[in-house]
Design a protein around this ligand. Sequence first.
Ligand SMILES: Cc1cc2nc3c(=O)[nH]c(=O)nc-3n(C[C@H](O)[C@H](O)[C@H](O)COP(=O)(O)OP(=O)(O)OC[C@H]3O[C@@H](n4cnc5c(N)ncnc54)[C@H](O)[C@@H]3O)c2cc1C
Length: 438
Amino acid sequence: MILSRRHFLAGGAGLAAAGLLPSPLLARSPSPLLPPPKGKRVVICGGGWGGVTAAKYMRLAAPDSEVVLLERNANFFSCPMSNKWLVNIVDAKYLMHDYLAPARKYGYTFIQTEVAAIERDRKTVITAQGPIQYDYLILAAGIGYDYGAWFGDDRAAAHYTRTHFPAAYIASAEHLTIKNKVQSFEGGDFVMTLPPPPHRCPPSPYERACLIAWHIKTNNIKGKVFILDPKPAPAPIGEGYRRAFEELYKDQIVYVPNARTTGVDPYTKTVTTAAGQFRFDDAILMAPHRAGEMVDMAGLIGRNKDGESTGWADHDPLYLHAKDDPNVFIIGDSVGRVSDFFGFYPKSGHVANRHARMATAHIARRMADKPLEKLLPDNLCFMMVNGSPREAISVQFAYSLDVFDTIEQQTHEIHDRDATLVEADFEWASAMYEDMFA
Ligand SMILES: Cc1cc2nc3c(=O)[nH]c(=O)nc-3n(C[C@H](O)[C@H](O)[C@H](O)COP(=O)(O)OP(=O)(O)OC[C@H]3O[C@@H](n4cnc5c(N)ncnc54)[C@H](O)[C@@H]3O)c2cc1C
């Protein structure tokens, strides 16, 4: 569905009533956010891993274009490496980055604002500060939590769960809550429900569990981390994780396979799964993931053959544009299935960065009336499983096309824990931060 101005006003009034938007912003006449551009304007919705990278590469690929990045947060907070911050291996400064520095350096406009509606028929994004028109739109919307899968329309239960047992899988206030939980944990059963695939950064919940277990172990806390996994075994790097659970955290981690969450009662601290019921003292409750809300606003959520929502963007797998709208590109975690061989790209910051480079190259060629090139991402991921000595495991993905242009995936996993992989992890993160912010 493409939202109309009427929808926006109704939705905006709802947001204002919920205290999410200051009502004077809505009452103000919606004068344009910026004056008309001299050349083509590319608007990027979402300043996370995909959006920040896209803003820079768009300016590099098409220096005459005006690039505008819209993001609700004041500062960039990196989810990658944040598991290490939970247990004080890195500090918050390491994860936070200044949005304005790359905007100045590469000559794009960063606007901190809430995107409230997207009117593709008018090529307009409606923000809390006014409308802005685009020639090309890049949606880098990230993920949303599907609490509806657990609670239906019971928003109070969803809100209570998000407040008391947040997932911290979206850069938000939740991260500090989780850190305080981990640091003040005095013992008992600490439950982690894992979302079903596809979800953001598949190996990272196990990394989080390992590092919390390491914290519990090294501080002699009498507690256990219960990993309630809907899958039959950890994946990816399953063997490496299995060994870490058994060899490092035999007394701290209880891994429960085939534990698809079927019910959550946050008030009595109870999770019901296909593998049994679990009471907890504290928890990180991860609801299923779906595409970020801006994909819904653009009317670009896919449908399966029965007409049901897939929860993820419907896009051209090879060129990343919306199937019915060549001027709108979707990048990063929101993208839907790309291949009959392996389904979804891993929802990672690395892939979001590569998508950003691909989409901006496509847009630059469109602007120059050149045919699009076939471009593919890659993915590289290091997961720290031990804090003393510091050791990590790793997974790498490469992509190629078969003769029918179907995307193929090659996977390389390193299961042996190794200190050099921790060094490689920090080098990877430095290179990515530099690519986005330096
Ligand atoms: C614990 C953890 C560990 C991870 N580790 C790794 C790792 O080691 N390697 C790796 O590659 N990846 C890792 N990831 C995954 C990585 O964080 C994501 O894949 C990446 O952030 C996806 O980029 P994105 O641009 O699609 O989404 P995001 O980075 O989430 O960006 C989306 C942006 O849109 C903004 N936004 C959303 N809605 C609105 C709106 N209505 N108005 C304005 N702004 C809006 C959000 O504030 C956000 O900044 C990890 C994730 C987690 C949670």
